[in-house]
Design a protein around this ligand. Structure first.
Ligand SMILES: C[S@@+](CC[C@H](N)C(=O)[O-])C[C@H]1O[C@@H](n2cnc3c(N)ncnc32)[C@H](O)[C@@H]1O
Length: 268
């Protein structure tokens, strides 16, 4: 099926010993990367993560990214950003709201000699980038947000030129059924149905993590993507969706609808 993850070569003056020492100095790692034979998170609670995940959907992304620009939102220590550069992308920008993870990503880029740009910018601030990217990765971030639909709206409006790849934790039903365009107020049963689009709100913690806020079921994530102006073109792995801008939906929505000031004032 997909290409297995292969180690990143390291460049001089880095040696395996120096890499090992610096990995430890950089604290807890979420991304396990093999940097010249040294792993950054060999005891990861999800196994060899995210390589195991990547192996399931890497074939859904073009092998050859030459001539393309890539934005990796919530890039963490840079696993995916570096993979995109390894596929030849002209330019890869990784953004994250954590300086801790960005420091790890800077180190990984330095050690591998792969040139990626990194910046501490939140998904809510993407407008300030002032440009659209051919490929936008939005992996493992949606459920960490208090305002996930706003984030999707902002991505569609400001940074996605063509392809958006989304990965989210999903809970509840994996089945999707058609929904009616409207329901009378007397219809209450539909909300009991497990396939109706849903988001589970986590007031306290899930998996010991207080930043897990909203966890959709599959129908919920698909519906949010459509509502934000995307059409889903591939579903290579249970949690991963490849989407493209839906021209029809985009013109229905109109750009004004997701002006943040209007979002805060109105029902959107
Ligand atoms: C579960 S990790 C996913 C990392 C990586 N994208 C992946 O799929 O392996 C979530 C990442 O999103 C970042 N993050 C959380 N909230 C964010 C926000 N508002 N804007 C940008 N990054 C954010 C975290 O710092 C963390 O690096």
């Amino acid at each position: 099926m997909a290409t297995p993850q292969h180690p990143f070569a390291i460049k001089e003056p880095w040696t395996a010993d120096l890499v090992q020492k610096r990995i430890q100095e950089l604290g807890e790692w979420f991304h396990n990367m093999n940097l010249g034979g040294v792993e950054t998170a060999p005891t990861h609670f999800l196994g060899n993560y995210p390589a195991v995940k990547w192996n399931h959907f890497s074939s859904a992304i073009p092998d050859d990214l030459r001539g393309k620009t890539v934005l990796d939102i919530g890039c963490n220590a840079g696993f995916y950003a570096l993979e995109m550069k390894r596929r030849g992308a002209d330019r890869v920008l990784g953004i994250d709201s954590s300086d801790h993870y960005l420091e790890q990503a800077r180190f990984a880029a330095d050690v591998t000699g792969l040139e990626i740009e990194l910046a501490n910018i939140s998904v809510y601030e993407v407008k300030q980038l002032g440009e659209k990217f051919d490929l936008v990765l939005f992996l493992g971030v949606l459920y960490h947000l208090r305002y996930p639909l706003l984030a999707l709206d902002l991505l569609r409006r400001h940074v996605v030129r063509d392809m958006l790849v989304v990965q989210s934790m999903l809970r509840g039903s994996c089945d999707v059924e058609p929904v009616e365009p409207d329901y009378p107020i007397s219809e209450t049963g539909v909300f009991e149905h497990p396939t109706f689009p849903q988001m589970y709100f986590v007031e306290k913690k899930y998996s010991h993590d207080p930043t897990n806020w909203w966890i959709p079921n599959r129908a919920g994530l698909e519906a949010m993507l459509r509502s934000a102006g995307f059409e889903i073109v591939a579903h290579p792995e249970p949690e991963v969706f490849v989407a493209r801008i839906s021209q029809q939906r985009a013109s229905e929505i109109g750009d004004e609808r997701i002006d943040v000031r209007r979002v805060i004032r109105g029902r959107e």
